[in-house]
Design a protein around this ligand. Structure first.
Ligand SMILES: [Zn+2]
Length: 270
């Protein structure tokens, strides 16, 4: 079985501080577990730069996964950009997006769980980054937490945007509508949680060619590792549950999602 973890944050300080041996040991370990590709997802300018640096550093290194990166501002990080800096920050993302290892703009979107007061600012930054993705012709990686309605409204205003709804948490109906428009839908640890009936239902609906798997490591560990630090080696647990839900084998989920991740990111799948 080979896995493509379509969304992880190995630049996160938890890997350097808490994983025995740090990031390098974590990547070597997950490679030994069959994870041969990872998209390291930027959330701020700092992490976008670090994700690209890591992708360059591990390029062609034997015994490590091949790493690609996305660049962009997570809705919570976007709030730290003062109005007056917006154009400069977007220019910087545009420059980072031209890096050969940059395969997507993200993660961008809306998070009404952590931020209740600045929805308009979040929407503006989401909208601007979607326009940027359309301009540079890259897919986007979307973070939508407790903001399903506004996320869909803003996506409708960007008919040329394509990409991934990451760590999907919306309704089955919304999954169907997004899939009809060609959006990829990615499932993470929460699909393994007992109380995640709606997410499981959504996981059934997504067509084979639009299904993705991810960890969002170091966050969102699957059952039976809840409470621990997540890493891509735990993908197999998420794959097993997705396989059960869809009536296939975990190996089929691994291979299908691997090829889909290559397609959405514009990478060859060998
Ligand atoms: Zn993430």
């Amino acid at each position: 079985m080979r896995f493509f973890d379509s969304h992880a944050h190995y630049d996160d300080r938890r890997f350097s501080n808490e994983f025995p041996g740090g990031v390098d040991a974590a990547l070597r370990y997950v490679f030994s577990q069959g994870v041969t590709r990872i998209c390291d997802v930027g959330a701020s300018l700092r992490s976008s730069n670090e994700a690209l640096g890591m992708a360059d550093f591990y390029a062609g290194q034997e015994g490590y996964p091949s790493i690609c990166a996305s660049v962009g501002l997570h809705p919570c990080d976007a709030l730290e950009v003062p109005d007056i800096m917006t154009a400069d920050v977007l220019d910087e993302i545009r420059t980072l997006a031209a890096h050969p290892k940059a395969v997507a703009i993200g993660e961008i979107g809306l998070d009404y769980h952590w931020d209740e007061d600045h929805h308009d600012r979040q929407k503006t930054m989401f909208d601007l980054q979607l326009s940027l993705a359309e301009e540079v012709k890259k897919p986007v990686i979307i973070h939508d937490r407790d903001a399903h309605g506004d996320t869909c409204d803003i996506l409708r205003a960007h008919p040329n945007a394509t990409g991934i709804l990451h760590s999907y948490s919306g309704s089955p109906e919304m999954a169907r509508q997004l899939a009809d428009k060609g959006w990829y839908i990615s499932f993470s640890g929460p699909v393994t949680y007992k109380n995640a009936a709606k997410v499981k239902e959504a996981c059934v609906i997504v067509p084979d060619e639009l299904l993705l798997i991810e960890t969002d490591a170091p966050y969102l560990p699957p059952v039976p590792h809840r409470g621990k630090m997540n890493h891509s080696g735990y993908l197999v647990h998420t794959a097993e549950i997705m396989a059960e839900i869809r009536g296939v084998t975990a190996a089929e989920i691994a291979e299908l999602t691997y090829r889909n991740a290559c397609r959405v990111f514009g990478l060859s799948d060998n």
